[in-house]
Design a protein around this ligand. Structure first.
Ligand code: UDX
Length: 436
């Protein structure tokens, strides 16, 4: 039997999942409440930047298997419904806002056919899946619900969806697992580990993984603070500890810390949920992880002040990078943009450059100055901040831009630039966690 899938919520996760599932040969109906997003997707255009997904989407639209609509009743033909809506941090606290997940399930409930399976992919507080399953038992008893967390990284979304390092399914019975095995059969055939869990464990796997990644980053940023105090070099330290396979060399890049739509809000929501469950103490360390992360942003501003002056009102600063990471146009909780805005609030004139994120950044901080040309950004500045590790910034020739700036001072907030290259060109070069 050829399965028809629906994907509810066509943001980052949903649009990627819909296009990837279509590429596996399924008929896929994407539903979203935002008519502009749907219109773009239906034209085969991606509403955000993600390498490789633009061409995949355009190709899949041509097959006729993939379509997008704002009409929830379109899901009536689908056998499996993937819920991919956002779970942002709530406005009044640390917890996740579940409005969209709950309303997505409520919206599709009237159209669920006999034996269909609703599969949650959104990152949710543990216990949500069971409560949604209970809700469905009342409103659509003919359908079942499973949870299948997604681990995709921005910049690698297609790769992480089609060749993930594991598939995790939270199910309440064998039938739900069998259905999900049918969907993922081509991916399982690649040898991808398959992990069957109960609903709460599947939900927890996602937040545990993101908490671990956040902890690794904050750990190395804590070491950076100690290195600065003790006269050490965190990049050498990270390299040295990374050779121990129990530690590993990934996610030990010290700098201005993590941002984006996932890690910051996921660790906060996890803490809030643990407290509700009476397990607050178990996750107290995440509060420190969050604090170390936010402190990294202040530390870079401290270096700026020590280089220029406590009073920044007379200074012009170029910020290279606005997105939370390279190969993305996502500026959600971006440390780079946060630092740019804080410097401006402190009175500095700030010019921001980014290869892909200027428009989203402008929406968030309309008063910052933006430019699409690096040479324009650095013209006449007293200091350059390198805050997102785009490849093009590593290709900048310091001797070429020397004649453009007022002062040859650069701070590498990502520990990615070639320090010797800059120093040999006569620049004062600082990096977080490197006292030299
Ligand atoms: C993350 C998880 O990696 C992914 O598995 C999950 O599904 C969603 O959340 P993503 O938000 O795309 O993915 O970003 P990630 O690559 O994890 O980077 C997060 C942030 O940490 C970025 O701001 C990045 O610059 C920063 N980072 C990462 C560091 O500061 N140092 C590192 O060593 C690694």
């Amino acid at each position: 039997m050829t399965l028809t899938l629906s994907v509810v919520g066509c943001g980052y996760l949903g649009a990627t999942h819909a296009a990837c599932m279509s590429s596996l040969g399924f008929t896929v109906i994407g539903v979203d409440t935002d008519p502009n997003k749907v219109a773009m997707l239906q034209r085969g255009e991606l509403p955000f930047y993600e390498p490789g997904l633009d061409t995949l989407l355009a190709d899949q639209m041509k097959t006729g298997r993939l379509s997008f609509t704002t009409d929830f009743s379109a899901v009536k033909d689908a056998d499996i419904h993937f819920v991919c809506v956002g779970t942002p941090q709530s406005k009044d606290g640390l917890a996740a806002d579940l409005t969209y997940v709950r309303s997505a399930v409520a919206e599709i409930a009237p159209y669920l056919k006999d034996g269909s399976l609703v599969v949650g992919k959104s990152t949710v507080p543990v216990g949500t899946a069971q409560s949604l399953r209970d809700q469905l038992a009342k409103t659509a008893p003919q359908a079942d619900l499973a949870w299948n967390p997604e681990f995709l990284r921005e910049g690698f979304a297609v790769e992480d969806t089609l060749t993930p390092n594991r598939l995790v399914v939270g199910v309440a019975n064998d039938r739900a697992e069998e259905i999900l095995k049918q969907v993922y059969e081509p991916i399982i055939a690649l040898g991808t580990p398959w992990i069957r869990a109960d609903l709460p464990t599947a939900e927890l796997v996602k937040v545990a993984a993101n908490s671990f990644l956040a902890t690794k980053i904050s750990f190395i940023n804590a070491m950076a603070e100690v290195c600065e105090a003790a006269g050490g070099d965190v990049t050498v330290l990270a390299k040295a500890i990374g050779y121990d396979p129990r530690i590993g060399n990934k996610f030990l890049q010290a700098g201005i810390g993590f941002g984006g739509g996932c890690l910051p809000k996921d660790i906060r929501a996890f803490m809030a949920r643990a407290e509700e469950l009476g397990a607050k103490q178990a996750l107290e360390f995440l509060r420190e992880i969050d604090a170390i992360n936010l402190r990294a942003r202040h530390r870079v501003i401290d270096v700026v002040r020590s280089e220029l002056s406590e009073d920044l009102t007379k200074y012009k600063i170029a910020v290279l990078g606005a997105t939370f990471k390279p190969d993305s146009d996502d500026v959600r909780d971006s440390p780079a943009l946060d630092i740019a805005a804080q410097l401006q609030a402190a009175g500095a004139a700030v010019v921001v450059h980014d290869p892909k994120g200027i428009e989203p950044a402008r929406k968030r901080f309309p008063k910052l100055e933006y430019t699409e040309v690096v040479n324009d950004a650095v013209k006449g500045v007293d200091l350059i901040l390198h805050l997102t590790e785009w490849k093009e910034y590593r290709a900048i020739d310091p001797s070429v831009i020397s004649g453009l700036v007022k002062n040859k001072i650069i701070i590498d907030g990502r520990n990615m630039l070639d320090r010797d290259l800059w120093r040999n060109a006569g620049w004062k070069f600082h990096a977080l966690g490197r006292s030299d």
